[in-house]
Design a protein around this ligand. Sequence first.
Ligand code: ATP
Length: 508
Amino acid sequence: MANNEELFKKIIAHAKEYGFVFPSSEIYDGLSAAYDYGQYGVELKNNIRNYWWKSMVQHHENIVGLDAAIFMHPTVWKASGHVDAFNDPMIDNKDSKKRYRADVLVEDHIVKIEGKIAKEVEKAAKRFGEAFNEKQYISTNPRVVEYQQQIDDIKHRLYPAMEENRLDDINKLIEDLGIVCPISGSKNWTEVRQFNLMFSTQMGSLSEDTNQIFLRPETAQGIFVNYLNIQKTGRMKIPFGIAQTGKAFRNEIVARQFIFRMREFEQMEMQFFVKPGEELKWFEYWKQERMKWHLGMGIPETEYRFHEHDKLAHYANAAFDIEFNFPIGFKELEGIHSRTDFDLASHQKYSGKKIQYFDPELNESYVPYVVETSIGLDRTFLAVMSYAYHDEKLEDGSDRVVMMIPPFLAPIKAAVLPLVKKDGLPEKALEIFDKLKYDYMCFYEEKDSIGKRYRRQDAIGTPYCITVDHQTLQDNTVTIRERDTMKQERIGIEKISEIISNRLKSNK
Ligand code: ATP
């Protein structure tokens, strides 16, 4: 599933056509980087959120949930560093009038050089055949070594310049590398400027300027400011975690990749509070745990990889991403960060309240360290959709699009379909629907040919279609059709629930 624009476009079109994701305010031509989840999208999104919530909160005796307000006291964002440092360097091309993130332009340039290395390796692998030693080749071939050196030099200039806010140096880097605008092909750039990604609004009367507040750019701070409340009222003992899902808002400079990069999106975050000095042990633990969670969906390991951060955020002492093989390439899906005591210590300073933990074993108080797992719900949704999308050519020459969504996440678990709209079949089918609906999200439909109805269920990823025909009225049996194989089987009505339930347990 390499870089595949065509596939990406198909998924976006499919998501819209079948009620998963619509552009926001579409009748007014949409709003950039905002999307609405339709009737099937909302079910899939809820199921992914529930899977996360259960695996974090329900399956851990030392993790509890929280639902903090989106609006928070403005000083929160001063203490967290977002007012001063939640910036991206932006640059405009004067010819195309397109805006870019300066660091992304440079990183794309690096990807191009990496592509050259990959080509050399591929050529050499063909030339040397069985005897090819890739590692040795990469470290000794003069051309590859030269490319690698170029990459290292660029990173060496880019990341410290970003860290130290040296915008002139980023300008110079773009100029030295001869980077051109992908649209206009020109080097006619503006200066690089810092752009704060937080949305702000006014609370209360407009006349006072002290009442500027921000839409939260991450859910994490709601957890930090409630650390004391939850630790005390929940009598939590370190190590423990607080989990939260909810909307976050970022005024992204470039947001052209469907629900991959939105200005309003949803995060699922968990902050794990640990004893100072133990953070790297827990960091490693959560890295592995979170990967297991992804694999638990039944999506193969080859679709995921870890990526270690080259540049650490202002609060972190270790950071890894879990990347997913999206149709637009391997990209960040989740971040696992060791945030040290940066946030709690800073809130302690700004609020003047003691934010600590009394450790009864050590008989002393300390500010806990934090390991964070932070995943985008919308990006996970896109990962599932990308994995699930299959455009199949069938034996009879016809086509079908089937969404092989892991069954436990599928929006609809079973569709109940009377073969024809007469002879008492709808009544019998509704009887079955009424029994199943308390345990599973079901769907009932009587319009159109049965073949068309099957295809529609394939397109939204329903694992089972249950068809009621004339024989059903005689012997209480139905046909059950499986989504991926399209195999049909005649079974007794009393078996339906068990079959669905077994399938949901297996995740496959
Ligand atoms: P990126 O480098 O892609 O901008 P980030 O490193 O800024 O992401 P974090 O601040 O670590 O992202 O946020 C945690 C998670 O939230 C990300 O892994 C991603 O899944 C999700 N996320 C962040 N920004 C967006 C966005 N604009 N739209 C959708 N999801 C997002």
